[in-house]
Ligand binder design. Structure first.
Ligand code: ATP
Length: 320
């Protein structure tokens, strides 16, 4: 038996995927992480997290749909779950919430979908529970959840240092057109870093640095120069684990992309196009090539995790 206790409030947050325009990977640190310099760029491929009032005393209910969600757990392992729990503990509020995630960001694709969902869950629960955390507090919680979560909160284009969580916004001009060649089968980020270490064994690894040619090109809004300056130290490791990626990169470039790079730890390959028309041509050509499972067309920079809808509906049913 149930009785109606109150109306249900809900908050919808949209959060972007990222591509690393540069990923410079330094030596392995004693804590097991690598010191990196990353030029993060948010693109308008969005996941959505909806947080709604839960039945009092019921804890978290989590449902997921879309890209790869069938492979994710609906409990403590999920970054969305961990984000909501971390926020409730931090702000000392009751953890009764219904969370729904609509995924468009490819799973284990090097586009930080999990981090994006965690950032969205923080923003959605913060609004639902009317906590009103400031940016700095949200940043602290985000960094504890994962290195890329802070960037997903902020969006835009930014230089990340440390593990990637210390952000400095980058000055850039213009809009950039992207095509992403997505693979059905993801790559594990830790496995790609391990392969990177293996390939570098016996060699001295330099401290990571920002690519000044890339930053200058971004400031000018010179997409041709951006295309030439993009680089990713993990790319060779991703290709070593998935040799097919080299062919995907060659294919995108042969269709006229200004630059092509493995996104983060891969396996998604990101191609920069001159304009929307060329992006659509490259997307169509890649789709037809059979080299990838699907193709996404996107633009950047995109905004960070943001509330796009909030309202009330229906009612919470609580057991009598
Ligand atoms: P990154 O680019 O940050 O290295 P990625 O894009 O390659 O990450 P994700 O899709 O973020 O990969 O998934 C990374 C891992 O996080 C997966 O092993 C997945 O099981 C786990 N994970 C936990 N919660 C989520 C979530 N809500 N969405 C996606 N992955 C999640």
């Amino acid at each position: 038996m149930h009785n109606v206790s109150s109306v249900v409030r809900s908050v919808t947050v949209r959060v972007p995927a990222k591509v690393n325009l540069q990923l410079s990977v330094g030596p392995l640190r004693v804590d097991g992480y690598h010191e990196i310099v990353s030029v993060f760029h948010a693109v308008n491929v969005y996941d959505e997290v909806i947080a709604a009032d839960g039945v009092p005393g019921s804890g978290i209910t989590l449902n997921m749909e879309g890209a790869g969600s069938e492979y994710l757990s609906n409990s403590e392992d999920n970054l969305v779950w961990r984000a909501a729990t971390a926020l409730a503990q931090y702000a000392d509020v009751a953890l009764d919430v219904e969370l729904q995630v609509k995924k468009k960001i490819p799973l284990s694709g090097g586009m930080a979908g999990g981090s994006a969902d965690a950032a969205a869950a923080l923003v959605a629960c913060d609004a639902l529970w009317r906590i009103g955390l400031g940016r700095e507090e949200l940043d602290v919680l985000a960094a504890r959840l994962g290195a890329d979560v802070t960037f997903a909160l902020h969006g835009g284009t930014a230089i990340g240092t440390g593990r990637g969580e210390r952000l400095t916004p980058a000055l850039i001009s213009g809009q950039y057109h992207w095509v992403f060649a997505v693979s059905d089968e993801g790559l594990s980020t830790p496995a790609v870093y391990a392969e990177c270490d293996r390939l570098r064994e016996g060699r001295e690894v330099q401290a990571p640095t920002v690519a000044e040619d890339l930053m200058a090109a971004l400031r000018r809004g010179d997409s041709v120069a951006v295309g030439k300056a993009m680089r990713n130290d993990l790319q060779v490791a991703s290709i070593s684990l998935r040799p097919q990626l080299e062919l995907v990169l060659e294919t995108g470039l042969s269709f006229g992309a200004l630059g092509g790079i493995v996104s983060g730890s891969g396996p998604t390959c990101a191609f920069l196009a001159r304009d929307e028309e060329q992006a659509l041509d490259i997307a169509a050509a890649l789709s037809g090539s059979g080299m990838c499972s699907s193709v996404l067309h996107a633009t950047g920079p995109a905004h960070g995790a943001r509330v796009v809808d909030s309202g009330t509906s229906g009612s919470i049913l609580s057991p009598r």
